[in-house]
Design a protein around this ligand. Structure first.
Ligand SMILES: [Zn+2]
Length: 647
């Protein structure tokens, strides 16, 4: 199979921001996923470099347009390696090859009668660089630029877009996956339910020279759509290059929703006119909101990709954007959210799993992969979970539902973490009789790590290289680089020596926390900072522990607290009656609690919560397996008198 995936070519009137980064991360991840599936992949991105806005921007900078576009285009091409994005082709609309092809297509379409000269009076928005229809205006303004458009009358060349309206509607109905997610298909069909106007494709040179000269009239240039969209063809050698046929027949475009209309309407009608087949799929994503507002230069909440990589690391940035955004919908970006994902999903769930597992094999088997003995039910359950994850992953990643693919992977991470807890390798290691079982458990865990390395490759390049190295597998080892091979169970060879694991994801601290911990260190009385001291800081002495008054208590009454979804007011006997406010309302209903024995900290300093004095604390366990926090009350394994001490 062949995959040809493109991003839009980015307009060089501004530097790369998070939105550009996301589109390109998506296309890169998809191309890596397709390679993992064994496809031949061609991935193209680039820059769009003609038009009024470029000339204006160059003038502001006091440089010639070409010099200006070289600089900004360079900022895009130098950003992608920092994000571990590896396009096969970076196209620029100022490339001579591209200009030649645009002129050939213009001539062909002109000769076929689909381009005509006419006068047009219209409402022109400088920001959009196109004429707007009355209908698009909001209170007389362009909705995107908040300015009234100018009325302009001029002679120009037009493309007969209207001629292909019905053909396009029919095509969309006949190809349900032509535009996805579905909401955008519906949006396009709604737009097509009104008569389509022809598309103005030229500007007189008297007004603009920074474009591609029309081959049939040297007083006019074309730019924007009849220039930019054609990059998808020129980049694969249209009309007669070797790459063209095979790639164009499978072309898929990724775009943000702001350029839906040009890609879903102008471009297909242009292709109809050229007599070419349409692209296969258009994948449309939403916007990133920063501080709950659409990112824009004027508001000043633009997020620069290179700065994000410097702050959080490239693996984290790629993971976060793919995990956080449901493809097609808008999503919010904040440093709190990215730090939370880094610490919880990456450092805690995944990173700890790897370091813990590799450390156990080092400790119990000298770092050598053991041969598994016979598998038990718990091993089979884990293998089934792995199969389920692989199936789901393959399905949803191919549909651009990257967040669902990552969810499935993290569910499996949870399964493996629980398997370790229930298999208790540390107990098996104590006794010679547990030897065979320990071998099987360790082997099962290592195979799970290998599968995780396999499926995470398209998303996190640096981390999966480290993971593969720890498992003694180079990058190109088919067991972690090809899904069809690697998905089979049992490919790790017993007897292989594991390698040291480099830290995958350091824990990040939020800015203010960092400051706090610095202050605390300064305040601390201990001046020695040797290793023993640091380790001691996490331990409590037996004397300290004895200060805690832990008791068995019985809940005799429970009621919700107004205005709090989280808190319940409990009356407990321990053995005297007291009130405790507990944050368990999302996990237990009040009637469920009456009569239960729980364990409380009886000598906690009283505190007022929602106006109620709480005397003590109810202990509960946090279930770490799922995404959602689940609290389970702690209790004793048999019935004891209320007030009994716990020690
Ligand atoms: Zn506008």
């Amino acid at each position: 199979m062949t995959t040809y995936i493109t991003t839009p070519i980015y307009y060089v009137n501004a530097q790369p921001h998070l939105g550009h980064a996301y589109t390109t991360i998506v296309a890169d991840t998809y191309s890596r996923f397709r390679r993992l599936c064994g496809d031949d992949v061609r991935f193209q991105t680039g820059t769009d470099e003609h038009g009024d806005k470029i000339v204006e921007a160059a003038e502001r900078e006091g440089v010639a347009p070409k010099e200006y576009v070289d600089t900004i285009s360079g900022m895009f091409s130098s950003t992608w390696p920092v994000l571990e994005i590896e396009p096969d082709n970076f196209i620029r609309t100022t490339d001579p090859d591209h200009i030649k092809v645009v002129q050939k297509i213009l001539q062909d379409v002109y000769d076929s009668g689909d381009i005509y000269f006419g006068e047009y009076t219209g409402l022109y928005c400088q920001g959009c660089e196109r004429y707007l229809t009355e209908k698009e205006l909001v209170d007389g303004n362009c909705p995107d630029h908040q300015k009234p458009p100018e009325e302009i009358a001029e002679k120009n060349y037009f493309f007969r877009m209207s001629k292909y309206q019905q053909q396009l509607i029919d095509h969309i109905h006949a190809h349900p996956e032509f535009i996805t997610p579905e909401r955008y298909k519906n949006e396009v069909l709604a737009f097509l339910s009104e008569p389509l106007e022809d598309l103005c494709i030229s500007r007189p040179k008297s007004r603009l020279t920074w474009g591609i000269e029309l081959p049939f009239d040297d007083k006019f240039v074309t730019y924007v759509w009849f220039d930019a969209l054609i990059n998808y063809l020129t980049g694969i050698g249209y009309p007669d290059g070797d790459l063209f046929e095979g790639n164009w027949s499978v072309a898929e475009h990724v775009i943000a929703k702001d350029i839906l209309k040009p890609h879903a309407i102008y471009w297909p009608t242009m292709l109809f006119s050229m007599g070419l087949p349409l692209y296969q799929k258009l994948h449309v994503h939403g916007y990133w909101n920063v501080d709950n507002t659409k990112m824009s230069k004027s508001i000043g909440n633009v997020v620069r990709p290179k700065e994000l990589v410097a702050a959080y690391g490239v693996d984290t940035l790629r993971y976060f954007t793919l995990r956080e955004m449901s493809f097609g919908l808008d999503s919010s970006f904040s440093s709190e959210a990215i730090v939370a994902r880094q610490n919880a999903d990456l450092a805690n769930d995944l990173g700890n799993l790897f370091s813990r597992a590799i450390a156990m094999v080092q400790k119990y088997r000298g770092g050598v992969i053991p041969a598994p003995g016979s598998y038990t039910d718990s091993d089979s359950d884990l293998r089934q979970a792995a199969e389920k994850m692989l199936g789901r992953y393959e399905e949803v990643m191919g549909q651009f539902n990257f967040h669902l693919g990552l969810q499935a992977i993290w569910e499996f991470v949870g399964v493996v973490n629980r398997y370790i807890v229930t298999s208790e390798p540390w107990t098996l290691a104590k006794d010679e009789s547990g030897k065979e079982r320990l071998d099987t458990v360790l082997y099962t865990i290592l195979e799970s790590l290998r599968l995780l390395t396999l499926v995470l490759r398209p998303v996190m390049i640096g981390a999966t290289v480290k993971m593969g190295q720890a498992l003694a597998m180079p990058k190109d080892d088919a067991r972690i680089s090809l899904l069809a091979v690697g998905r089979q169970w049992g490919l790790l060879e017993p007897g292989t020596q594991l390698q040291a694991l480099e830290t995958l994801f350091p824990r990040l601290e939020k800015e203010e926390k960092k400051e706090q911990s610095v202050k605390q260190t300064k305040k601390g009385k201990k001046k020695k900072a040797d290793v023993t001291d640091v380790a001691d800081d996490n331990l409590v002495s037996f004397d300290d522990f004895k200060k805690l008054d832990l008791r068995v208590a019985e809940i005799v009454a429970a009621e919700p607290i107004k205005k709090s979804d989280r808190l319940l007011k409990l009356t407990v006997k321990a053995p005297e009656e007291r009130t405790i406010v507990a944050g368990i309302a999302e996990h237990y209903s009040p009637e469920d609690l009456i009569g239960r024995q729980v364990i409380i900290v009886a000598n906690l300093k009283p505190a007022k919560l929602m106006g109620i004095e709480s005397n003590g604390m109810v202990l509960a366990a946090k279930d770490i397996s799922g995404e959602k926090e689940i609290l389970l009350l702690t209790t004793v394994s048999g019935s004891v008198p209320t007030g009994s001490n716990v020690a």
